[in-house]
Design a binder for this molecule. Structure first.
Ligand code: NDP
Length: 513
């Protein structure tokens, strides 16, 4: 089996400091597909030290040579796409389509994007100053790699949201130590093989497998932490990072709202709602998790999403086209989804389709549509992370925006209307890191756009110039080219100079407003 081969190759690479081994399950079949070492703090420290030793050489290779490595890695990834997709499907229980499009294709695209854009985003920036004291001086910002980046990833997109965050870091000249989720470690380990074959120097990429404590140990040693995961763990990561004042970026959970206005294309909106709430079994940080529909089209919208949800096929992901919805990857998530449905029904909600766990031996939850929901229910306020679409009727667009913003989260969001000017106006009223008009989630593929959350959905962004500059120290450099023997304001102080400086102060800032 691909994953077992991968595991064998990668454990060799990773060493043997296991404090025990962690079994990895295929959630769609319930079978154990392999084991990984549960690495302790010493092993993590050793990996970071190796990465630190390898980093200067990698940085010195320059952008062009790094881009070549990425090009070879992309070729390897495409040539090995079946093996990679199978590995992802086995450890997550997601469909082959999701693995191929949102992970393999996304990463192939990322190799190209960061390889090409890194030198553009990180070239020396000349700065002009407004200050007269800077007259004759040369000012610039030089982006220097921070050193060793720790990437801690979740289980829902093991390639995109774990390995994917390391590409920008490596493009900037950093070394990276990954801590994939203990639930889905094999995809990241497989990428170690990919990068090795693409010519990445030894030590630049390392994979520390293990549980939460392994992640916590990593934070202590690295120069920057890129974390993707839940709000609860994100807060722990921030407080752990505070102990060493390690800078970090947190990509956390969401409860993304969809606003469907009365003039929307109802058919497209219903298709979008079902796809972006059920794709990957709803286990997308920016899945549509709640829908607000204006009264005049509410009934039509609900009947369409019910019909489309009923038509979805769920089961063990097989060949392409076999099923639309796969398994629940993480065991406790199934309990949480069930709890959200139970809580909503107790408070008056009505389940129109689904609402139950699917048959075993794998772990499934039926694609579900719920109506008569309100904000007293967890289903409308907390992240469900399952194939569940709660739909709420609203009076008008004001109520829709108010409800959309009534959340502690603010990751992605969407507005659906045929009136583009209205769509853009309402988009800017939504409190979220991003908003799509007449689409959802797809902004993630535009890596030129920043992606990140507001409120409890996170700190910092991935993608765009900001998404690679965060992996760098912005070194401000001032060069004095033509100079007097001493500046006017240096020692020794004198009455004459003090007066002169005061006169400059009055002249510059003392004019009438
Ligand atoms: P978790 O927060 O449970 O775990 C994320 C990672 O952190 C895992 O590798 C985990 O290890 C590790 N970890 C756990 N405890 C600690 C600790 N004390 N210190 C350091 N690391 C630790 O998230 P999930 O894996 O459950 O992922 C799902 C969540 O991720 C959802 O909330 C989802 O919305 C969010 N997410 C956000 C995205 C975004 O871009 N905003 C994208 C994708 C997902 P282990 O698994 O081994 O316990």
């Amino acid at each position: 089996m691909a994953t077992l081969e991968t595991h064998a190759a990668s454990t060799k690479q990773n060493g043997h400091a296991a404090d025990g081994r962690i079994p990895v399950e295929n959630p769609a079949t319930g079978q154990t597909i392999g084991h990984v070492p549960d690495m302790g703090a010493d092993e993590v420290a050793r990996m970071v030290a190796e990465a630190r030793a390898a980093q200067p050489g990698w940085a010195a290779m320059g952008y062009e040579a790094r881009e070549k490595v990425f090009r070879r890695a992309r070729k390897w990834l495409v040539d090995n796409r079946d093996r990679v997709a199978r590995t992802i499907v086995e450890e997550t229980g997601k469909t082959r389509e999701d693995a191929m499009l949102a992970e393999v294709m996304f990463i192939a695209d990322s190799f190209g994007y960061w390889g090409k854009s890194a030198p553009k985003h990180l070239k020396d920036e000349k700065v002009k100053s407004h200050s007269p004291f800077m007259f004759g001086k040369k000012l610039m910002i030089r982006y220097k790699p921070r050193g060793v980046i720790g990437v801690i990833g979740p289980w829902n997109y093991p390639l995109t949201n774990c390995f994917g965050d390391g590409i920008a870091a490596m493009a900037a000249g950093n070394a990276v130590v990954f801590k994939p989720s203990e639930i889905t470690p094999f995809s990241t380990m497989l990428m170690q093989e990919c990068m090795r074959e693409a010519g990445l120097p030894d030590g630049v990429m390392q994979v520390a497998t293990g549980r939460g404590q392994t992640g916590a140990a990593l934070i202590e040693h690295v120069d920057y932490v890129m974390f993707t995961g839940s709000v609860v763990t994100g807060k722990k990561v921030a407080s752990e990072a505070a102990k060493t004042l390690t800078p970090h970026s947190l990509e956390l959970g969401g409860k993304d709202p969809m606003i469907v206005l009365r003039d929307a294309d109802v058919e497209r909106a219903a298709n979008g709602a079902v796809f972006w709430s059920m794709a990957n079994g709803g286990q997308i940080c920016q899945a549509i998790e709640r829908v607000y529909v204006e009264e005049p089209i509410y009934d039509e919208f609900v009947s369409k999403v019910v019909e489309k949800t009923r038509a979805l096929r769920q089961g063990v992901p097989g060949e392409a086209g076999a099923v639309e919805v796969g398994a629940v990857t993480f065991a406790p998530q199934a309990d949480l989804i069930e709890e959200h449905i139970r809580d909503a029904v107790e408070k008056g909600a009505k389940v129109l389709v689904g609402g139950h766990r699917g048959p075993g031996p794998g772990r499934f939850f039926e694609p579900t549509v719920v109506v008569d929901v309100d904000h007293t229910m967890k289903l409308m306020t907390d992240e469900t992370f399952g194939p569940v679409l709660p739909v709420m009727k609203v009076r008008d667009e004001d109520e829709a925006v108010e409800k959309a913003n009534d959340s502690r989260y603010g990751l992605n969001s969407s507005v659906w209307t045929k009136d583009i000017a209205k769509g853009e106006r309402i988009a800017s009223m939504v409190e979220a890191g991003s908003t799509c008009v007449n689409d959802a989630v797809s902004n993630y593929a535009a890596q030129e756009l920043p992606f990140g959350g507001v409120k409890e959905s996170g700190i910092g962004v991935r993608h765009s110039a900001a998404g690679i500059r965060k992996y760098c120290h912005a070194h401000a450099i001032l060069v004095t080219r033509f100079a007097m023997k001493r500046e006017l304001y240096w020692f020794p102080f004198s009455k004459r100079n003090a007066k002169l400086l005061e006169r400059v102060l009055v002249l510059m800032y003392g004019r009438k407003p």
